[in-house]
Design a protein around this ligand. Structure first.
Ligand SMILES: Nc1ncnc2c1ncn2[C@@H]1O[C@H](COP(=O)(O)OP(=O)(O)O)[C@@H](O)[C@H]1O
Ligand SMILES: [Mg+2]
Length: 296
């Protein structure tokens, strides 16, 4: 089905005038993916920024939500760190603790069609402050559900921990995207992650499933990565993305320019890999590109 949606600034689409009972076209619900691995440095943030941008450059409407107190997605998109004496910009912290809505905290990015809910170091306290809050596991899910503006994809960049912030992301998400480095210890912690997935699915979110496993910083020239990849493929089967992300200097440089690699150096191997990943994800999910790129 064609899933063209109105631009972020146009009013919500009205039901089709000729078929009053037909559901409005467009995605009923955005495809919400939590980018998660409790290990740090595996490429979660890099994937959130660059997969999000690659999807947006294909014309899809994308919302990135920075769930990490380190706020690297926010910084990597050119939002500078704030000084202590500055009025803090609204962030996911304000959305989770309320009464700020998603619409109030949302920011455009340098990539048309890609919006951001910034993270902030205030999120460090959120895990503790949320403990006594009502519906503490559902705060993010509720905020997304209350939001009117339609998106094709919502990507949640998670912190390197299985804490209450990650739990909020898992409860809000439909799929898990797990970046892994093809190294000897790649599977370490994965059984814990999978059992967390199962427990969250049972207790809070029956829709949650593993969407895919992505090999990042990949170097296929070494015997070790080939061997590890073969093991991972056996373990995960068709949950492994066919696309792998190579280690590429342009990917590492792009955040210091506040840009995703797709606009920093569109012809680099890194940009091409994230574009390929975006197309693979579209094929897997059956979500189609809008026919003409939507104007933001
Ligand atoms: N494909 C890549 N090529 C080169 N460097 C990468 C690549 N992916 C990630 N990096 C670098 O690895 C480091 C960790 O990546 P990051 O996305 O921040 O991981 P995480 O969010 O899981 O902690 C960062 O310095 C990032 O620039
Ligand atoms: Mg990160």
């Amino acid at each position: 089905m064609h899933t063209e949606i109105p631009s972020p600034h146009s009013p919500a689409r009205k039901p089709h005038p000729t078929s009053p009972n037909a559901p409005a076209p467009g995605p009923a619900r955005p495809k919400t993916l939590a980018i998660v691995n409790q290990k740090g440095g595996v490429g979660k943030t890099t994937t959130a920024i660059n997969l999000g941008a690659a999807l947006a450059l294909e014309g899809l409407h994308v919302l990135l939500i920075d769930c990490d107190p380190q706020a690297n997605t926010t910084g990597g998109l050119g939002f500078r760190r704030q000084k202590d004496d500055e009025t803090p910009r609204l962030s996911l912290y304000d959305v989770l603790l309320g009464p700020t809505t998603l619409a109030e905290a949302i920011r455009p990015t340098s990539v048309p069609n890609m919006m951001l809910i910034p993270g902030s170091n205030h999120l460090i306290g959120a895990s503790i402050e949320l403990v006594s809050a009502p519906r503490r596991e559902y705060r993010l899910r509720d905020a997304i559900a209350a939001h009117q503006q339609p998106f094709h994809f919502i990507l949640l960049d998670c912190p390197p921990a299985l804490d209450l912030l990650t739990l909020n992301a898992l409860v809000a998400a439909e799929g898990l995207l797990v970046p892994l480095q093809a190294e000897y210890f790649a599977l370490e912690g994965i059984s814990e992650l999978i059992s967390t997935l199962d427990r969250v699915a049972q207790a809070f979110n029956p829709d949650l499933a593993l969407e895919g496993v992505l090999l990042t910083m990949y170097d296929d020239r070494t015997n070790l990565s080939q061997q590890v990849t073969a093991n991972l493929a056996e373990f995960f089967g068709d949950k492994m993305f066919k696309t792998t992300i190579p280690r590429n200097i342009r990917v590492a440089e792009a955040p210091s320019h506040g840009l995703p690699v797709g606009t920093y150096d569109p012809r680099s191997r890194g940009a091409e890999a994230y574009r390929e990943l975006a197309l693979e994800l579209l094929e897997r999910t059956g979500i189609q590109k809008p026919k003409s790129p939507a104007t933001p």
